[in-house]
Design a protein around this ligand. Structure first.
Ligand SMILES: [Zn+2]
Length: 377
């Protein structure tokens, strides 16, 4: 979306049309009025990334400065165009922290692996359901060239499954980051500059998940997803049973805003991405094409996009502009995450680009630096 407030030059760091500290206290995870909050059975998608962002903007000068710096880095990166784009695939090691109060919440390895599989399909645009996208939007579908694998080496250098399991006394968690703290009934992250930390627990209030944008505190960096919206098997429950909550939250983690620009139903907010249609508010459930808002006809909202609020069965694509923005994140503030190649045997898709470095030990910092100069030749 390229709303009326975009293109204003150097930004304050809020992005998405939000003022620092606004809307942080009384609004629920959707940034809306509390009505309906607490309805655990609500089928409506709920993500608390923006409330967390607003809280950090209000509390932390360091975060405000980091967000402004990152947004400007991103704009510089995007302004350089394709010249800066690397030819290969970025590989990100993941640790999944399963934090459970009941046996059911102690989700299986298979459920975790099913989520990793979804991330890999969605970020490579190899998900079969991308065929849902109507021809009018098909040219926007992007392969983000990012892949994920469970870490095979832990922070101490020991072999690991990339899954930790922690029993908690807490019956549920909110978006206050307690799940990220051993002292609060959760579990501390692995080094967040080397691993994408994903916590899976029971979130309260119908909340599906939340992420921390790049630039936030290191000790709470990562993604949280409620167990019933994680993966495609086990406790994953419709309509959020296809793993798209994690895809959405990892999008935030890689610096994507909601596609409607987080200005409620207005047409002035921006997601700072040029090729997404300007859109009024979020779409929920299973929308019918076309859904025209903000004069964006005839094709209307891109409610197929992972950064909208549609049900899992509808969220099937990132755009080229979003992929470029995520790449800008991985080339700058999150460059230490990126491995040249996974430490596990690659599937055929990993051969894409043909410029992979030899496999590095899991957890070894980025070799993206080695690749980027080659890409500029
Ligand atoms: Zn979100």
């Amino acid at each position: 979306m390229d709303g009326a407030t975009s293109g204003a030059g150097a930004v304050s760091g809020g992005g998405a049309g939000a003022a620092p500290g606004s809307q942080q206290d009384t609004r629920d995870p959707d940034g809306r009025t509390p009505s309906g909050a607490g309805n655990e059975e609500s089928p409506r998608r709920r993500c608390a990334t923006m409330p967390v962002h607003h809280r950090l903007m209000a509390e932390s000068l360091e975060y405000r400065q980091a967000r402004a710096r990152i947004e400007n880095l991103t704009r510089t990166f995007l302004a350089q165009g394709d010249a800066t784009r690397f030819p290969g695939v970025a590989h990100i090691p993941v640790v999944v922290h399963v934090v459970h109060n009941t046996d059911a919440q102690d989700i299986s390895d298979d459920q975790v692996l099913s989520q990793i599989d979804v991330l890999n399909r969605d970020f490579r645009a190899t998900n079969p359901d991308v065929s849902l996208v109507p021809p009018a939007f098909a040219p926007l579908i992007a392969d983000s060239r990012i892949e994920f694998s469970l870490a095979t080496t832990d922070p101490a250098g020991e072999p690991t499954t990339g899954i930790t399991r922690t029993r908690t006394h807490k019956t549920s968690f909110s978006f206050d980051d307690d799940v990220k703290r051993t002292s609060a009934g959760g579990v501390d992250p692995w080094p967040t500059d080397r691993y994408l930390n994903m916590w899976v627990c029971r979130l309260s209030g119908g909340l599906l998940g939340y992420a921390q944008f790049p630039g936030g505190p290191a000790d709470t960096d990562g993604v949280v997803v409620t167990h019933s919206a994680f993966g495609t098997t086990g406790t994953a429950a419709p309509p959020f049973h296809l793993g798209r909550t994690a895809t959405h939250e990892v999008g935030h983690y890689l610096n994507l805003f909601h596609i409607w620009g987080d200005d409620d139903s207005g047409c002035g907010g921006s997601d700072e991405v040029d090729d997404t249609p300007n859109q009024g508010g979020e779409n929920t459930g299973v929308p019918v094409f076309p859904h025209v808002t903000c004069g964006n006809g005839p094709n209307g909202d891109l409610f197929y996009d992972y950064m909208d609020y549609s049900d899992d069965e509808v969220l099937v694509m990132f755009t080229h502009g979003q992929a470029a923005r995520m790449e800008g994140c991985l080339d700058t503030v999150r460059s230490s995450l990126v491995q040249a190649a996974p430490s596990t045997p690659p599937d055929p898709a990993v051969a894409h680009g043909g410029t992979e470095q030899p496999a590095a030990a899991a957890g070894v910092p980025s070799q993206r630096e080695q690749r980027a100069p080659a890409a500029r030749r």
